[in-house]
Ligand binder design. Structure first.
Ligand code: NAP
Length: 314
């Protein structure tokens, strides 16, 4: 599935980067390009023109959809070389094309984060292609709820294997590359659900709480080696993760309009995926050189309050 580096972008600079920035802006990632800034790693103090992450090697798990897709587009718009995975090859190729057609650099490599072999292969191929890994966004995840006594052990295992073990595997195979370089930044997607449980969300909350634990311990272990590791806790975000398949746009817009004031005491709306992507780029940037081991909530204020009501779907 891997294809060669976008030759046009290489030969002619990035003629379509304006188009990619347009896509990023449409996703709510305004400012993705930044003006001029440091490269990503804690050890890199120099400034590089033409995109805040220009030349940085960025790895994303779960980049075929939603938050991961928006983040891949945002990093590419900011000049990074992006390697991302997911299981759905059709979607992966589409996202890759979306980026490369617009003059960015990205490669989709099919990988399932439940598989140690596939995760290692994905990580190693991204590192080989882009000369190491500066930034990793361990984001692949699935939902799944229901009363505990009705949940099958297989479903529990699948949620934990994807959301917790998948993050462990990604860390396990990314860290050696960063240790060799003596620097790196890792962001792992947890969830606001790690801190605000729901009665029917035990497996999901347990898995996202596990991500926080992994991040805290790894941040302590690898901080001395120049590697920063943080957990991102998005609030409810408008992606296929929460949008029922097949729901008409107008019905979904009405649902969202009702959802915000009822559930997000603060900004009173769901997040757009590009807004979560912006937080990832921020955390990956040298703007937060002293932040590691943290759980960063990007939830519109929902976690500060205590509303939790779902409007009826029309
Ligand atoms: N949307 C929200 O409200 C929300 C809130 C808090 C946290 N989150 C978290 O944010 C992350 C991204 O979710 P999203 O909202 O963007 O949902 P999404 O649109 O469903 O995206 C999930 C991504 O994870 C990938 N994925 C799932 N299982 C995988 C596996 N076994 N191997 C590799 N990739 C896998 C999917 O790709 P394939 O299906 O192609 O494999 C897809 O790219 C998840 O960790 C989720 O728990 C979401």
């Amino acid at each position: 599935m891997e294809k060669h580096t976008n030759a046009a972008a290489r030969q002619h600079g990035r003629p379509g980067r304006r188009a990619l920035l347009g896509t990023a802006a449409a996703l709510g990632v305004a400012g993705a390009a930044g003006a001029t800034a440091h490269a990503a790693g804690p050890g890199r103090g120099h400034r590089t023109p033409g995109g805040r992450f220009r030349g940085s090697s960025v790895l994303i798990t779960g980049g075929t959809s939603g938050i991961g897709r928006a983040t891949a587009i945002a990093f590419a718009a900011a000049g990074a070389n992006v390697g991302f995975c997911g299981r759905r090859a059709d979607l992966g190729s589409r996202v890759e094309r979306e980026i490369t057609d617009a003059g960015g650099e990205a490669v989709y490599i099919r990988a399932d984060v439940r598989s140690a072999e596939q995760t290692r292969d994905f990580v190693d191929r991204v590192a080989a292609r882009y000369g190491g890994i500066d930034i990793a966004f361990n984001n692949a995840g699935i939902g799944g709820g229901g009363p505990l006594h009705e949940m099958t052990p297989e479903r529990w295992d699948d949620i934990l294997a994807t959301n917790a073990r998948g993050v462990f595997l990604a860390l396990k195979y990314e860290l050696p590359h960063m240790l060799r370089a003596g620097r790196g930044v890792i962001i792992c997607t947890s969830s606001s659900a790690a801190e605000q449980a729901r009665p029917d969300g035990a497996a999901y909350t347990a898995s996202k709480r596990a991500v926080q634990g992994l991040v805290k311990s790894a941040a302590l272990a690898y901080g001395p080696q120049g590697i920063r590791i943080n957990a991102l806790l998005p609030g409810t975000t408008d992606t296929p993760f929460v949008r029922p398949p097949g729901i008409p746009d107008a019905d979904w817009a009405r649902y969202k309009e009702a959802f915000g004031p009822l559930n997000v005491e603060g900004l009173e709306r769901m997040a757009e995926p590009g807004e979560i992507a912006r937080a990832v780029l921020g955390l990956a940037s040298p703007d937060f050189p002293y932040m590691t081991g943290a759980s960063v909530a990007v939830d519109g204020g929902a976690g500060a309050g205590r509303r939790l009501v779902h409007p009826a779907r029309s």
